[in-house]
Design a protein around this ligand. Structure first.
Ligand code: FE2
Length: 242
């Protein structure tokens, strides 16, 4: 499996705190069937002021440690972008950290606040799509506005977003309503990819193996493969794996 949302890089956001933890996370991912991880630290203005350059450098350094440790995991570099107006200037400066391509458009992993869908989100999405950038919305099932009113999700879908569901949501790591909503989104095939959004070894380990196993009794096998293999492979084929 390819995991395209993961906070495995050490000391760069609220994910892994140390290189030792990151190396253990890599082993844990391999054990659950993940062979490739896209490192997607937060870029969240005022909280995690990461840049594309900084993330690329950190990914290169981490890949050297993986090789030195004899770990087979492959990594590539992107980011989880918190929605903000600066995205438009990063687009113009050519510093948007793309996570790959989808139907000839560059893809960004776009995070909404957990509390709500901000006013103007639809305008930014349309602007991005008009500029050949495809928003892949991170974990819509955990957004409180969407949990309260499914029409907010349908609005994002109508605007042209594609969606990444978090593996832990499906197996009940967060709450029963989040699990129920995840299964609803999957039942109507509204989800493009499942990823781990792993942040560490204990509270947020890599759940992709467990999620895949669980889903095999819930939805059709082919769609499960599409979510964890086919679509992540399609999206990330332009990335440089290290
Ligand atoms: Fe994340």
């Amino acid at each position: 499996m390819i995991d395209l949302h993961n906070h495995i890089l050490p000391g760069i956001d609220d994910g892994s705190k140390s290189l030792a933890t990151s190396l253990q996370m890599a082993e844990q991912a391999l054990e659950c069937g993940v062979t490739h991880i896209v490192c997607t630290p937060h870029i969240h203005q005022g909280y995690f002021d990461n840049t594309q350059d900084k993330i690329v450098e950190a990914t290169k350094a981490f890949s050297q440690h993986l090789i030195a440790a004899g770990c087979q995991l492959k990594v590539a570099s992107a980011a989880e972008l918190r929605i903000c107006p600066e995205i438009m200037s990063w687009y113009s400066n050519n510093t948007l950290p793309y996570i790959g391509m989808w139907q000839s458009k560059h893809v960004i992993l776009l995070e909404l606040p957990h509390s709500h869908v901000p006013a103007g989100t639809d305008n930014l999405i349309r602007w991005l799509l008009n500029n050949n950038v495809q928003p892949l919305i991170a974990h819509p099932e955990r957004n409180r506005d969407i949990l309260a009113d499914y029409r907010k999700f349908e609005m994002l879908k109508r605007c042209g977003c594609i969606f990444q569901l978090t593996a832990g949501s499906v197996i009940g790591r967060f709450s029963a309503p989040i699990k129920t909503l995840s299964l609803k989104m999957l039942s109507e095939k509204s989800i493009c990819v499942i990823a781990s959004d792993s942040h560490g070894l204990e509270r947020r380990p890599n759940d992709m193996g467990q999620c895949r196993e669980f889903l095999q009794n819930e939805i059709d096998d082919q769609y499960v493969t599409t979510l964890v293999e086919t679509n992540p492979t399609k999206i990330t084929q332009t990335l440089s794996w290290m």
